[in-house]
Write a new protein. Structure first.
Length: 194
């Protein structure tokens, strides 16, 4: 169980175990992040829920028509995703938000199985270089494509890997990723997923 709690959440029970992906099982778009945030998904039990990264992601998904509302506060807040699935290569909150190779390798089979079950998926939006590299490995891309915001890699003629800067505070607070840039990624994902 998660024992180190942020003061503002000290009275809450943390999820504190592996966080599954979630969304529409018939998704055409799959969003792949990094790992659960220590006081976000590790607390709430739902990917990108309860933290500022999730605030950015779900607002963008809502504006693109993939989400029923613009915020994600808890597993039981009524948010529904349409046409999109949200997941991460690492399922538990890593120390300092930096997964070790052992954590990455231990979680990789879960990601592979999950992606195989999403048979309608056509677009894989990788949030950050870590998610991009994991998807490139999963799809056995050689040579490995270089990550970049807006980079598109054809996987097999019907599917596309789409790079996007991560919605982390490091990127959003500095302006490296703006809401307009994020909206453009999901607008492109919608087009590619049709």
């Amino acid at each position: 169980m998660a024992v180190i709690k942020r003061a503002s959440f000290r009275d809450e029970d943390y999820w504190g175990r592996g966080v599954p992906g979630w969304g529409d099982p018939a998704a055409r778009v799959v969003v792949v992040g990094l790992a659960p945030a220590a006081h976000g998904a590790n607390r709430t039990g739902r990917m990108f829920t309860g933290d500022r990264s999730g605030d950015w992601l779900y607002r963008a998904l809502w504006r693109a028509g993939f989400a029923s509302r613009a915020e994600s506060l808890s597993r039981d807040d009524g948010l529904e995703l349409r046409g999109v699935w949200v997941t991460a290569p690492v399922r538990c909150a890593p120390p300092a938000n930096k997964p070790t190779p052992a954590e990455r390798d231990a979680c990789h089979p879960f990601l592979e199985r999950e992606l195989n079950l999403l048979s309608d998926a056509r677009v894989y939006v990788a949030l950050g270089a870590f998610g991009f590299a994991e998807l490139a490995a999963t799809f056995n891309l050689k040579p490995r494509p270089r990550f970049g915001h807006g980079v598109e890699v054809a996987l097999d003629g019907a599917r596309t890997l789409l790079g996007c800067y991560h919605v982390s505070q490091q990127n959003t607070f500095t302006g490296r990723l703006t809401e307009e840039m994020l909206d453009a990624i999901f607008a492109r994902a919608r087009v590619l997923g049709e």
